[in-house]
Design a protein. Structure first.
Length: 195
């Protein structure tokens, strides 16, 4: 028996083209290659997520997050480990799981951060509370405007992510990403202030 590539292990022409698109995205940040890849996969990915039980809006959000991840992680694609299709569908599957986990958690409200005062509040507690409030205000002031804006709408005006997306005319995934980034940045800022 001859050794070498069998007909089953040889990449198909479509696979070669998809690898070339991913390579162009990774190496050149090619928007044209990304647009072609998006057109090829977005409808299939949306159908996949909807077959898994998502409504149209959730499916679009998951696909958008997945394709953003494809753009950002294109340089980590390894054609020896998986086909482009398998790699992208794995990303969308993971984004769907992440989305479901986030949706299962209740949105935080400003009242979640407040403690009920009682008559036995000590002066030390009041000072600590004031310092914490000052730290939060300082961290919030240090955020980029777009991140501060979504946090204020979410936590001070008690708006849902969807309401914020509609108000600011942004994709829902963008709103959620900005909130996550802002909270992570604030946590780091407050930790730096405490040390």
């Amino acid at each position: 028996m001859m050794r070498g590539l069998s007909s089953q292990s040889r990449p198909r022409p479509d696979d070669v083209h998809l690898v070339a698109l991913i390579t162009a995205i990774a190496a050149e940040r090619s928007r044209a290659a990304f647009a072609e890849l998006f057109r090829a996969f977005a409808p299939r990915l949306k159908a996949y997520v909807m077959r898994a039980g998502a409504d149209g809006r959730m499916a679009e959000d998951v696909v958008q997050e997945a394709m953003i991840a494809v753009w950002r992680k294109a340089d980590s694609f390894n054609p020896e480990k998986a086909s482009v299709s398998t790699w992208i569908f794995t990303i969308v599957r993971n984004k769907r799981i992440d989305y479901l986990r986030r949706e299962a958690r209740p949105d935080l409200k400003p009242s979640d951060f407040l403690h009920l005062e009682n008559d036995q509040t000590h002066a030390d507690d009041e000072i600590d509370g004031q310092q914490t409030g000052d730290s939060i205000q300082e961290a919030l002031a240090g955020l980029p405007l777009e991140q501060a804006q979504v946090l204020e709408l979410a936590y001070f005006e008690d708006k849902s992510h969807r309401e914020i997306a509609e108000q600011l005319n942004l994709p829902l995934g963008t709103v959620k990403s900005r909130i996550r980034l802002a909270l992570a940045r604030m946590k780091g800022s407050i930790s730096d202030m405490a040390s």
